[in-house]
Design a protein around this ligand. Structure first.
Ligand code: S3P
Ligand code: PEP
Length: 426
């Protein structure tokens, strides 16, 4: 249990948030399937990414840490060996699903399992198409739930229309497609984060995109190449909100990743008329820059459609932001929230209600009316890092303390969150 109480705090100064979780996972995976040594800087040492490292070590990949760099001694897809132990993916959906795509093409047997939250998350979105490609996968609920047993092998040419806008599903199929003899064509309903595609090009491979269709061919050789991981905009979102909703605040977030498939939160801040600006400092494959934000008078807005995949993990903190905006905020088309670490529609609505918010759940999102003065009380992260951090930011604007049960899960994506929060809270 964590007790948080502040008296008229403001958020000030500069902060560099930790490395991007999605890019950190992929840096390990692509480092492992490339030939040679890849050096990763800015890697997120959160529990989820450490689970990815652990799984690749169990497949014979040497991964070491030196002076804040991660060194991966890649051996190519064919260099991965049959793990003698179960591949444990902890709380990480990204590790579980992308790993399944890699294992689908390997000629060996493996077992993948995670924690009690992973055990409830649907894997058939990945296992069904991977089975159609030629992999043998089984598990509880007919191969939908972990533990999953995988026997990979020769994969066929495949053309697939994704039933959901999911970068994890897209990436799993791309990783399988890279091991197929033939071409794989994937169509996504909406553009989702494209870090996998960017990694392929970074490591010397090819992948084509036309509209929402992606084409990738197998048997491409990947060569080791250093990766710099920018700060995670999904982590930055907590501090953007903290500064916007507290009085007398002015904050600069440095080196934040600004990949346009991830910047939906900035579109929302703009729609809400927040007082912020962005300065692009590096326009490479994965652009990065600084975000300056001050105390803001916010207006409610509608968040739906193509915007959803560009801010899916930020919805818990956007809901808090909306409690402080004048008018109504409507979040639609976000059913995917139901299959995250928790059912994030229920978790956000029920936890914010405990603090006095005017919020209610809908079938595919939530409706929030503001501004409402929040009160303190007992709240629960429910083991979901993003709910835990949202509640911690909420405590900045409550008169009484917020007691957060199960706050430890925050280390999944942001181990130093409370230190960083106290660093910028004046
Ligand atoms: O590909 C990724 O790195 C991720 C994709 C998203 O999940 P979905 O693909 O399930 O939408 C996101 O919620 C997750 O935190 C990270
Ligand atoms: C949904 C998340 O991650 P994952 O799916 O990798 O568990 C998240 O980080 O908010």
């Amino acid at each position: 249990m964590k007790m948080l109480q502040f008296e008229n705090p403001s958020i000030q100064g500069e902060l560099k948030v930790p490395g991007d979780k999605s890019i950190s996972h992929r840096s390990i995976m692509f480092g492992a399937i490339s030939e040679g040594v890849t050096r990763v800087t800015g890697f997120l040492k959160g529990d989820d990414c450490l689970s990815t490292i652990d799984c690749f070590r169990k497949m014979g990949i040497n991964i070491t840490e030196k002076d804040d760099e991660i060194l991966i001694e890649g051996k190519g897809f064919h260099g991965l060996k049959e793990p003698e132990e179960v591949l444990y993916t902890g709380n990480s959906g990204t590790t579980t699903r992308l790993l399944l795509g890699i294992l689908a093409g390997r000629p060996f047997h493996s077992v993948v399992t995670g924690d009690e939250s992973i055990a409830k998350r649907p894997m058939n979105r990945v296992t069904e198409p991977l089975k159609q490609m030629g992999a043998s996968i089984d598990g509880r609920d007919n191969g939908n739930l972990t533990p999953l047993s995988v026997r990979g092998g020769k994969l066929k040419s495949f053309h697939y229309k994704l039933p959901v806008a999911s970068a994890q599903l897209k990436s799993a199929l791309i990783l399988a497609g890279l091991q197929s003899e033939e071409e794989t064509i994937i169509t996504e309903p909406e553009k989702t984060r494209d870090h996998t595609e960017k990694m392929i090009r970074h490591f010397g491979g090819n992948i084509a995109r036309e509209g929402n269709q992606i084409k990738v061919s197998g048997n491409q050789p990947f060569k080791a190449k250093d990766v710099h991981v920018p700060g995670d905009i999904s982590s930055a979102a907590f501090f953007l909100t903290a500064a916007a909703i507290t009085s007398g605040s002015s904050l600069v977030l440095k080196d934040v990743g600004l990949n346009e498939t991830r910047t939906g939160i900035l579109d929302v801040l703009k729609q809400m008329e927040a007082d912020f600006s962005v300065n692009l400092t590096n326009d490479e494959e994965e652009p990065q820059g600084e975000i300056m934000i001050s105390t803001s008078r916010l207006k409610g807005c509608e968040i739906a459609g193509e915007l959803i995949p560009r801010l899916i993990d930020e919805i818990p903190i956007i809901a808090l932001l909306a409690t402080q905006a004048t008018g109504q905020t409507v979040i639609k088309d976000a059913e995917e929230l139901k299959v995250k670490e928790t059912n994030r529609i229920d978790a956000v609505v029920e936890e914010l209600k405990k603090l006095g918010a005017d919020i209610h759940a809908t079938e595919d999102g939530m409706i929030i009316n503001g501004p409402v003065k929040l009160n303190g009380g007992q709240a629960d992260s429910r083991g979901d890092h993003r709910i835990g951090m949202m509640l911690a930011v909420a405590s900045l604007i409550t008169d009484d303390a917020v007691h957060i049960k199960n706050h430890e899960c925050i280390s999944v994506s942001y181990p130093a969150f409370f230190e960083d929060l106290s660093h910028v809270t004046k």
